[in-house]
Design a protein around this ligand. Structure first.
Ligand SMILES: NC(=O)c1ccc[n+]([C@@H]2O[C@H](COP(=O)([O-])OP(=O)(O)OC[C@H]3O[C@@H](n4cnc5c(N)ncnc54)[C@H](O)[C@@H]3O)[C@@H](O)[C@H]2O)c1
Length: 306
């Protein structure tokens, strides 16, 4: 072997060793702190517990915490995974919840100030090596990271609900996230049998929400401008994609108030007039035509019999 070949060989070997080392780093995560036991926090807790992680879940509201306990216990029993129930522990004191955790996932209400305050508290209670992630749907971690010292240890881990139906997680860096933290995050996502959606650069709306946003925007424009009927657009989508539901049916399911708020936040960020949600949608929200949950949205729904 010539000297240069030997050098190349050594570099390749070192890269392989480094990659293996990084892959093993996710194995160092055993205990996870989940902050916020609402709609998402309890799902993440349940899913990670099913994948053999010990979970410490905390919420500021003890009633929510109790409710989450009922939800998780029932879900684990349904899966005949009763032995996992004791792997999930419930806390109403943040410091106790964060003792010895290697990964923290913040899943509290979508309020930047709450998240910033919480990140700074979390950093005070965890070890230097702990990774701190946010499940925020709209805030890049770069907007939160100012509140912590160890900016290299933060990242976005954004789940899609319901996790068992949509097992994928956006992973995005802050301005200083280290390669090791990013790689560990990616490996951890794989360890819970989810597909990592890797953002190579900062992206408002992450990976899939950005695609879904484009679909929603065009559908809403076609509807508001009277270009096509919602039934026809939904039908086209179903035929083309083979999916059971079209975009308007999906928006009704999510809630038109949520859709309006999300679209408004995209518009606020981009300032592109095409991103402005149609006034027609705003008027529907004002009339409480919010979709499935109020019985009327783009479509009309019969109330469920009690
Ligand atoms: N709902 C979704 O489909 C979805 C999907 C992906 C990501 N997200 C994101 O996940 C996060 C949580 O959303 P959600 O739908 O679960 O909301 P949620 O309202 O159901 O739950 C939020 C929980 O946070 C708790 N909380 C508020 N302040 C707190 C604090 N300081 N400390 C501890 N707990 C606190 C509340 O008591 C509540 O139980 C948000 O950032 C949201 O953008 C939501």
């Amino acid at each position: 072997m010539e000297l240069n070949q030997a050098k190349d060989f050594m570099i390749i070997q070192n890269e392989i060793i480094l990659k293996k080392k990084m892959k093993n780093m996710s194995l160092n995560i055993k205990k996870i702190g989940i902050i916020g036991a609402g709609f998402m926090g309890r799902q993440i807790a349940n899913w990670a517990a099913l994948h053999n992680y010990t979970i410490h879940i905390y919420d500021i509201d003890s009633e929510v915490l109790e409710d989450a306990k009922g939800f998780i216990t029932k879900a684990l029993k349904r899966k005949h995974e009763e032995h996992v129930i004791t792997k999930v522990k419930y806390f109403n004191i943040l410091e106790s919840a964060l003792k010895d955790v290697e990964l923290v996932i913040e899943a509290v209400s979508e309020d930047l100030n709450i998240k910033k305050k919480l990140f700074s508290q979390i950093e005070d209670y965890v070890s230097e090596d702990t990774i701190i992630a946010t499940n925020s749907s709209s805030f890049p971690v770069s907007k939160i990271e100012d509140s912590v010292q160890r900016k290299e240890r933060v990242l976005n881990l954004h789940f899609y609900a319901p996790i068992n139906v949509r097992p994928m997680v956006d992973i995005m860096r802050g301005t200083q996230t280290s390669d090791e933290v990013f790689e560990t995050g990616k490996n951890w996502i794989e360890s819970i049998e989810c597909t990592p959606l890797i953002l190579k650069k900062h992206s408002f709306g992450f990976l899939f929400n950005r695609i879904w946003r484009a679909v929603k925007r065009e559908c809403l424009i076609m509807w508001a401008d009277g270009i096509a009927d919602i039934e026809n657009i939904d039908e086209a989508w179903r035929i083309f994609t083979g999916m059971p539901m079209g975009p308007f049916t999906m928006m009704d399911g999510i809630g038109l108030d949520v859709i309006y708020n999300v679209e408004s936040s995209y518009f606020k960020e981009s300032k592109d007039p095409r991103d402005r949600p149609p006034d027609k949608l705003k008027k529907m929200v004002e009339r409480s035509e919010l979709g499935l949950k109020t019985g009327k949205g783009f479509y009309t729904y019969r109330k469920k019999k009690k």
